[in-house]
Design a protein around this ligand. Structure first.
Ligand code: ADP
Length: 449
């Protein structure tokens, strides 16, 4: 989003422009006060000495010598005062208003500002002005930055001249976690001197914090998912060692349940490992040329047993020729396995699952291969559709567990498609079934050959 910097923000070009904007009200108006007084003294002295010389009261050479002495007396202290570089009046602003310093602050990517040792703002960039719109040049920064953490850190930095780093929570219209670093820096002044200023830089830590929160949620969810079958397993072990020790019927039944729970745990660990593998290689696009048709056939054939068990017929509508994409065979097997297995598990009541491959145009007009997995089961209520690919998200946790689900299948599908630079489209009309379409960019003819 393009944002415009307010007028008071210093950009690299702004100092000459600001000086040029001043409208002098008199001949001396644009001059600093002390220089203006000196010029007035010189003018008066010049006129008096000239009059005395004209009326013969003073020799011309003496008059000139007297004028030079008066000029030195008037101008030298003014010059010394400015070489000292401590006067904020020089040129009407802070002596640190050197274009190079200003350009450096303006060019910093994070919100940044330079303060003098009194805590007054000398320069600030557009990002800082956006972060704290009340900041004004030549005003104390603490008036605009009211957070006690910032003020304490700034006081500390000014008094000790040691760098400071502080984190704080910014309760603005959007809650943010910010980190502020204050570094004392020595900057050149306009008249060849040096001054120590405070460089304040803010870093937005919110995205990092969000990732940390997501990671913590993920670990909590994964532990919870693993603990459930583990608790069941240890419960049955206790029963088999105790009350059911001599009951062969109960033992067989419990062993069956334990087997199912152990399988679920193994599947969950498998899915977690696959997910982390795909995430690790997310930025590397697979480059092997693979034909999707035999992959889809292999998955459909492998799921025939499950389909028979659920009394569902798998119908494939695949073209005769190859359908080449740049892909990873193992990941694609996993992707279609998840989609077709979900259709068999959750859409079993429809009795049919159609797997069709077609070529079409992506919304941006590029050719793509679309593999549609359609079932005729109960479908998915629309409010769940946007969240289906989140890890551990399920429409009904009980249903998913009963089907041996982990809640990770569609998340894995999404990540595999991302790695293949593809996309997943989910459509569903409740009571009429669900359609999951995996779209892949089509391999260029030359690459496919
Ligand atoms: P799970 O391991 O629970 O199957 P998935 O990530 O594969 O996890 O699916 C997430 C949820 O999406 C499932 O729990 C289920 O509620 C819903 N879902 C997935 N596919 C279908 C489908 N074809 N019909 C209805 N609901 C589905």
């Amino acid at each position: 989003m393009a944002t415009q910097a307010p007028d008071h923000v210093t950009g690299p070009q702004q100092i000459p422009a600001r000086l040029a904007q001043r409208e002098p009200s008199s001949i001396f108006a644009p001059w600093p006060d002390r220089l203006r007084s000196s010029a007035l003294i010189l003018l008066v002295a010049g006129l008096v000495l000239a009059a005395l010389a004209i009326f013969g009261e003073l020799q011309a050479a003496r008059a000139v010598a007297a004028f030079v002495c008066i000029a030195c007396a008037a101008l030298v202290p003014w010059r010394l005062h400015n070489v000292d570089a401590s006067s904020p009046e020089a040129l009407g602003g802070n002596p640190v208003e050197a274009p190079a310093v200003s350009a450096m602050v303006a060019g910093m990517p994070d919100p940044s500002m330079l303060l003098d040792r009194a805590g007054r703002v000398i320069h600030l960039n557009a990002a800082a002005a956006q972060l704290a719109p009340a900041l004004r040049k030549n005003e104390l920064a603490q008036f605009a930055l009211r957070s006690p953490e910032i003020i304490t850190a700034l006081r500390q930095a000014i008094s000790t001249l040691e760098p400071q780093r502080v984190s704080f929570h910014d309760h603005g219209p959007v809650d943010r976690w910010m980190e502020l670093s204050i570094a004392p820096v020595t900057v050149p002044t306009m008249f060849g001197g040096k001054d120590t200023c405070m460089l304040m830089t803010f870093h937005d830590q919110t995205p990092l914090r969000r990732i940390e929160e997501m990671r913590a949620d993920f670990v909590a969810n994964a532990s919870h998912e693993l603990r459930t079958p583990l608790a069941a397993l240890s419960g049955f072990i206790d029963t088999l060692q105790g009350p059911a020790r001599d009951d062969p019927k109960a033992r067989d039944r419990f062993l069956g349940i334990m087997h199912a729970q152990a399988t679920r745990m193994a599947r969950l660990i498998d899915d977690l490992l696959s997910l982390s593998r795909v995430e690790l290689s997310a930025h590397v696009r697979p480059n092997a040329q693979v034909d999707l048709i035999p992959i889809i056939r292999q998955v459909a054939d492998g799921l025939e047993v499950l389909a028979k068990e659920r009394q569902v017929k798998i119908e494939t509508e695949l073209p005769d020729g190859p359908a080449m994409i740049a892909g990873d065979r193992e990941e694609l097997l996993r992707l279609f396995e998840n989609l077709i297995e979900n259709a068999l598990k959750y859409g079993a009541s429809g009795g049919r699952v159609i797997v069709a491959l077609t070529t079409a145009s992506a919304p941006e007009g590029t050719p793509e291969i679309q593999v549609r997995v359609r079932d005729f089961g109960p479908g998915i209520p629309p409010e769940h559709l946007p969240r289906l690919t989140e890890r551990f998200y399920r429409v009904s946790v009980g249903d998913s567990r009963a089907q041996g689900g982990t809640g990770l299948g569609l998340s894995l599908v999404k990540h595999i498609l991302n790695r293949h630079r593809g996309r997943l489209v989910i459509e569903s009309v409740p009571q009429e079934g669900a359609t999951f379409t995996a779209c892949f960019p089509q391999a260029r003819a030359s690459a496919a050959q």
